[in-house]
Write a protein that binds this ligand. Structure first.
Ligand code: UD1
Ligand code: CA
Length: 457
């Protein structure tokens, strides 16, 4: 059985009040349309078509290489949108799964259930997902026939008062028999505003003698359709809760899940403790028994076991085990901190390797550097890596001692066991067991202070 999936993503999403197309707004750091594509990929669709229109270029870019694209030049409704895929997909599959790109929380398992329901129905019926909600959110109402099948979907604007009271709603996910769909679709008639409603296919199917199976979703949160920024925040909160619960069940302590922001790509080891207001993003892997304290942001980084991070920003960095950072550390792309490194407050490290047990206690910039083991970097040390044109490297050997406020003018090599004195401006290599002393302060006699002016009573 072959499946084609069509994702409708051409609408403007007027109610988002945004210059950006609705489907490019992100949930959990990912554009909604990309989430829809991933859901379709997971059900093994052999063909995957995204219908673009509003903001076509940007939406196309977001799904490049993952889907075929068709353009709906004018947004004349969901039925018209699906019709744009007809030439591409007619005769191409047994089933056609249609989803709207503004449903970021739909699970692939739910789609599989819907496909199974469609296949269980003889004579090529169609299956659609429904949801029962107290707040109808402007969704189409599902009208059931006496035999329990679906007789029609009526949009809120077209409802009779009785229909308006119905709380079973159209989620906007359908599985069609392909041969029937592509010949039925052109039969949809436009509404008074010239819009073609995909949902009219239900009545057309019924008229053709095909049963329409309404499968009610067990978790209503899955089918939250995002039409406003309020809905967007709801979707975000639900996704966050799903992700956080999974980590907690895996043995991670989240002190306040409501303010813990973890993207789904992140992995965390057991017995790690995460304080409130932490963000973990992208391809981040965190080891076991770590403590990540409040106001830390970690993106695309690997953190070993038993690390302790306080209020720090870590991006594109690697930490081995037992590393301590912060408060207010900043690790940037290519920072590699070996086991037991300590980086205290206001330390910044970029494209640099810090050897085992090296300490950068306070206020330093370490960029484009290779630093050995057991090195002490004094407060205020700067690797002066940029001459205005090119970046240069600083190399510091094992057991070196860099005095406070040293300026290491790269390229420069500080040998094993070498030292620099406080305030040294180091322009030449320092050999082993030497100390670089520089810019010593000169003495001047203090002038006696002026006597204060006398004040009148
Ligand atoms: C639609 C359904 C409604 C259902 C609800 C669930 C119709 C007529 N109504 O209403 O029954 O309860 O979804 O969320 O289908 N789109 C296009 N081209 C267009 C119009 C829309 O590609 O010309 C896309 C949008 O980008 C969006 C999706 O189709 O991803 C749904 O469109 P939207 O306008 O949000 O439909 P609703 O009014 O929510
Ligand atoms: Ca919608």
């Amino acid at each position: 059985m072959s499946i084609a999936a069509v994702i409708l993503a051409a609408g403007q999403g007027t109610r988002m009040k945004s210059e950006r197309p609705k489907v490019l707004h992100t949930v959990g750091g990912k554009p909604m349309v990309v989430r829809a594509v991933e859901t379709a990929e997971k059900i093994g669709a052999q063909r995957l078509v995204v219908v673009v229109g509003h903001g076509a270029e940007a939406v196309t870019e977001a799904v490049r290489g993952r889907a075929e694209i068709v353009l709906q030049a004018q947004q004349l409704g969901t039925g018209h949108a699906l019709l744009q895929a007809a030439d591409l997909l007619r005769g191409a599959s047994d089933l056609v799964v249609v989803l709207y790109a503004d449903m970021p929380l739909l699970r692939p398992e739910t789609l599989r259930e819907l496909i199974a329901a469609q296949r269980a129905e003889a004579a090529g019926g169609l299956a659609m997902l429904t949801v029962t909600l107290a707040d109808p959110r402007g969704f189409g109402r599902v009208v059931r026939a006496a035999d329990g099948s679906v007789a029609a979907i009526v949009e809120e604007t077209e409802c009779t008062p009785e229909q308006r009271a119905i709380r079973e709603l159209n989620a906007g996910v359908y599985v069609f028999d392909s041969a029937w769909l592509w010949q039925a679709l052109p039969r949809i008639q436009p509404k008074s505003k010239g819009e073609y409603y995909l949902t009219d296919l239900i009545e057309i199917a019924v008229a053709d003698g095909r049963r329409v199976i309404g499968v009610e979703v067990s978790d209503p949160e899955e089918v939250i359709g995002v039409n406003t920024r309020v809905h967007l925040a709801e979707a975000e909160a639900i996704l966050r809760r799903r992700i956080n619960e999974q980590h907690m069940l895996n043995g991670v302590t989240l002190i306040d899940p409501a303010t813990t922001y973890i993207e789904e790509s992140v992995q965390i080891g057991a017995d790690t403790i995460i304080y409130p207001n932490v963000q973990l993003r992208g391809e981040t892997v965190i080891g076991k028994r770590c403590v990540i304290e409040s106001n830390s942001l970690i993106a695309d980084s690997r953190i070993g076991d038993d690390c302790h991070i306080k209020a720090s920003v870590i991006e594109g960095a690697t930490l081995e085990d037992r590393v301590e950072i912060g408060p207010f550390g900043h690790l940037r792309q290519g920072a590699y901190l070996c086991e037991g490194v300590h980086l205290g407050n206001f330390g910044e490290v970029k494209n640099a390797r810090l050897g085992r047990k090296t300490r950068v206690g306070h206020f330093s910039y370490i960029g484009d550097a290779e630093i050995g083991e057991d090195v002490n970097i004094g407060a205020g040390t700067i690797t002066v890596n940029y001459d205005g044109v090119r970046k240069h490297k600083t190399i510091i050997g094992d057991h070196a001692f860099i005095g406070c406020d040293s300026l290491l003018i790269a390229p420069v090599v500080i040998a094993d066991h070498a030292r620099t004195a406080a305030g040294a401006v180091v322009t030449r290599d320092v050999p082993p067991h030497h100390i670089a002393v520089g810019v010593p302060a000169r003495m001047r006699e203090l002038k006696p202070p002026e006597p204060p002016e006398a004040h009148e009573g």
